[in-house]
Design a binder for this molecule. Structure first.
Ligand SMILES: Nc1ncnc2c1ncn2[C@@H]1O[C@H](COP(=O)(O)OP(=O)(O)O)[C@@H](O)[C@H]1O
Ligand SMILES: [Mg+2]
Length: 228
């Protein structure tokens, strides 16, 4: 019997993953490790961050984190402006060429910091962000759940304008994140940020490999692969 022609392997589709959690949670560490694991299976990876993932964003980041007092609503709008530009000029173009975009912070940061911890209203801040990005949501958000005390210990001595807030503020941020994950568990992977970094990396890889056929070959990198 003639063999059925095998259909060509489909091109992988773009993938958008956000890392969220308080300052010092390990977002940069985990996004770097995952980026290396994805590159090892041949994927194009765009590692980016908010605020500041673009040239305009770097200027917005400077006034937001290293400038003088910013009124809370202005702060929320500046974060949303950074996000709008970041999504339009970096994230969407990368997803269209089927890259994997790993962002260190996204709209959940605005909801947790400005909406919940600054008490500007969770829903208002969410709606502003959604408008800014025309509803682009990550396929997966990895929430690194860190206590205020642990985050403070890991940040060390240098603090930006938000990091300088007290532990009550950072504990409110943490609760804001946890509520978001509880409301939409299918889109979140919540991990205890106090675990060993390589153990967390393995959990992130496992979760992604199980979600997408394009990523079933994904394996964690070993520690020596990423020491630089
Ligand atoms: N799971 C972990 N356990 C202990 N220390 C960690 C862990 N992940 C990261 N760190 C350390 O904590 C500090 C902050 O990590 P980083 O990835 O920069 O956090 P974030 O980007 O969330 O602010 C760094 O010194 C990093 O080496
Ligand atoms: Mg970081």
């Amino acid at each position: 019997m003639p063999q059925e022609p095998t259909s060509p392997t489909p091109e992988p589709s773009g993938l958008f993953v956000a890392f969220e959690g308080g300052d010092g949670a390990g977002k940069s560490t985990q996004s770097r490790l995952l980026g290396a694991a994805l590159e090892a299976i041949g994927r194009e990876v765009v590692l980016t961050r908010e605020p500041g993932g673009t040239e305009l964003g770097a200027q917005i980041r400077q006034v937001l984190l290293h400038g003088d007092h910013v009124a809370p609503r202005a702060e929320a709008l500046l974060f949303a402006a950074d996000r709008a530009h970041h999504v339009a000029t970096v994230v969407r173009p990368a997803l269209e060429r089927r890259a994997v975009v790993l962002t260190d912070r996204y709209m959940d940061s605005s909801i947790a910091y400005q909406g919940v911890a600054r008490a500007l209203s969770h829903d208002d801040v969410r709606d502003i962000s959604r408008w800014a990005v025309e509803d682009l949501l990550p396929e997966l958000t990895v929430l690194l759940d860190v206590t205020a005390a642990e985050g403070r210990a890991r940040r060390g001595g240098v603090h930006d304008r938000l990091e300088r807030e007290d532990d009550a503020f950072h504990e409110a941020v943490r609760q804001g994140y946890r509520q978001l994950a509880e409301r939409d568990p299918a889109r979140y992977l919540v991990l205890d940020a106090g675990r060993d970094p390589m153990d967390l990396h393995r959990a992130v890889c496992r979760a992604l490999a199980g979600r997408s056929p394009d990523l079933r070959m994904l394996v964690p990198v070993s520690h020596q692969d990423v020491v630089r």
